[in-house]
Ligand binder design. Structure first.
Ligand code: ACM
Ligand code: ZN
Length: 533
């Protein structure tokens, strides 16, 4: 059952949480690294420790210093590698060509009595090495206030690590319920901790349009607001400055943001603002209930394309990543069947049916995005009626869509609702958050059991599976604490699925490490669902 947990750790006395010099060294890293060797004396972080860094990775050194500061109270010095020899204990962040084997995101970490060496091919790799270092330190490091009397000890280890997949994603729906930019940044912080690198930001829906578009200010004046359950006005949106701020923050955490602008369905908030873009002309109100609605963009109307392309032009300018998500899921065809304009389009373009009409829209938008230097990704319904030439598929209705895409030699991301829908409940308890859905529960162990590469694919075809992603739809989720409850610890299960080598995945081993992580959640006053309850 979901309960609001009152955080008590912050008020524990220092005596209760100090003095762990003789604590056995436990290596408790999530996601599990490719190889760990525990050997020799460890390192102890002190106020004299200096971070040595290549100039190109200075931002990572500053991030590390900020990470270590609240709990230790230390303001660690940062020096360029090329400077004078240093007598102090050091954390060495080094970009090295011979780390080429680790790819774009891997790292090596070695801790000895005098030094922690983190080497990587890229700043991203160094950043992930720093996340591992955090987990090698005592759990007190995650306290937001200085903790006295702790030996900030790192075990003697040699770690070699690199991710299995390039797309390690978390999605967040900010439309069914709205979450401010600070909540989004905290979500990104938690993703970065577990080496997740892709944030899918679901920005438009039937129940709210959440991104400012300068050419269409009414989208957020009208489309961002609905009548709430209590009869009050409910909603909110991000200005373009907010979006730039979040994107820059994500970039500092080596996270790419993939915005989602839904079409042709799930668009009632846009149609409530511009009813002339629908088949019937409306009028409509921003939806107050959850579901799949019959009023969708009219694909027979050229104004629909003009509108979508103008919106996407602003979206493209805000998001530096490769992919733009255009939705494409759950689009009823009822209105198109009855609409003279849609039927005229089907005839003029020689299309077979309304599925091909949807495909016609996605193909036109794919051409537009390609000409804007971006790639299109959409939910697996975009396969119906023919996949657009440049499009990638996000497989949510199971894994069939991902398999079909890979067999066509097209990229796919797996996010099947059978394992990776974190809005689904975590137990059969009728009071469990997410119980509004009738699906079977998705407890941590089920998430952990997910294997992104289906047996049906040949080795060559598996290259088209970019990775996996969990989706967090927010019909049942109203508060930041509820987001935490639904994603912690399931997000850590996902992290190990997408990062760790297949032969490193072992539920019993993971379970022993996740329990250690709960102590860190407590330190951070996070709300989570202990999977043992
Ligand atoms: C979806 O869950 N409708 C993609
Ligand atoms: Zn129409």
């Amino acid at each position: 059952m979901y309960r609001v947990v009152i955080c008590t750790l912050a008020v524990l006395s220092a005596a209760a949480v100090c003095c762990h010099a003789d604590r056995p060294m436990q290596v408790n890293v999530i996601p599990r690294p490719t190889a760990i060797e525990v050997r020799g004396d460890g390192f102890e972080l002190t106020a004299d420790t200096v971070i040595l860094v290549d100039e190109q990775a200075r931002d990572v050194a500053e991030y590390l210093a900020q990470m270590l500061k609240p709990a230790t109270g230390y303001t660690l010095g940062i020096r360029n590698l090329s400077g004078d020899p240093i007598q102090h204990p050091v954390i060495h962040l080094r970009l090295e060509a011979d780390a080429e084997a680790l790819g774009d995101e891997g790292y090596r970490l070695q801790a000895t009595a005098t030094k922690i060496d983190i080497t990587a091919n890229t700043p991203a790799g160094l950043f992930y090495g720093c996340q591992t270092l955090r987990q090698l330190l005592p759990t007190e490091i995650d306290s937001q206030e200085a903790v006295e009397g702790v030996a900030w000890a790192v075990p003697g280890v040699k770690i070699e690590d690199a991710p299995r997949f390039v797309w390690r994603g978390m999605h967040l729906d900010v439309c069914r319920h709205f979450f401010d930019k600070e909540t989004v940044k905290q979500y990104l912080d938690r993703m970065a901790r577990y080496k997740l690198n892709t944030f899918h930001w679901h920005l438009t829906e039937d129940q709210g349009w959440r991104i400012e578009i300068k050419q269409y200010p009414l989208l957020t004046e009208v489309g961002a607001w609905r009548t709430g359950e209590d009869g009050d006005r409910y909603g909110g949106f991000y200005t373009q400055d907010d979006i730039r701020e979040v994107v820059a923050y994500a970039e500092s955490l080596f996270i790419t943001v993939v915005p989602e602008i839904e079409m042709p369905g799930h668009s009632v908030a846009a149609l409530a603002t511009y009813p002339e873009l629908s088949c019937t002309g409306g009028p409509f109100e921003v939806e107050t209930k959850w579901g799949v609605f019959k009023d969708v963009y009219c694909v027979g109307n050229d104004k629909t394309f003009e509108f979508i392309q103008n919106v996407l032009t602003e979206v493209v300018a805000l998001f530096p990543g490769e992919y733009i998500h255009v939705g494409g899921d759950e689009c009823p065809k009822d209105r198109w069947v009855e609409c003279p304009k849609c039927q005229a389009r089907i005839k003029a373009e020689g299309l077979k049916d309304e599925h091909e009409l949807q495909s016609y829209l996605i193909k036109r938008i794919d051409t537009f995005l390609t000409s804007s230097g971006k790639k299109l990704i959409g939910w697996d319904e975009i396969l119906e009626g023919g996949l657009a030439p440049g499009a990638a598929v996000m497989s949510w209705r199971g894994v069939k869509g991902g398999i079909e895409a890979a067999k066509l030699k097209r990229y796919a991301v797996m996010s099947p609702h059978s394992h990776l829908y974190f809005d689904f409940k975590q137990s059969k308890d009728p009071d469990e958050l997410g119980a509004l859905y009738k699906h079977n529960p998705t407890p941590l162990q089920r998430v952990y059991s997910y294997e992104p590469l289906p047996d049906e694919l040949t080795e060559d075809e598996t290259k088209y599976i970019l990775g996996a992603q969990a989706n967090v739809w927010t019909e049942p989720i109203e508060t930041p604490e509820q987001i935490q409850y639904m994603t912690l610890p399931r997000m850590l299960g996902l992290a190990e699925v997408v990062w760790s080598a297949k032969d490193q995945r072992d539920w019993n081993n993971f379970e022993s490490r996740i329990i250690g992580e709960y102590a860190r959640f407590d330190r951070m006053c996070l709300t989570y669902r202990d999977h043992r309850r």
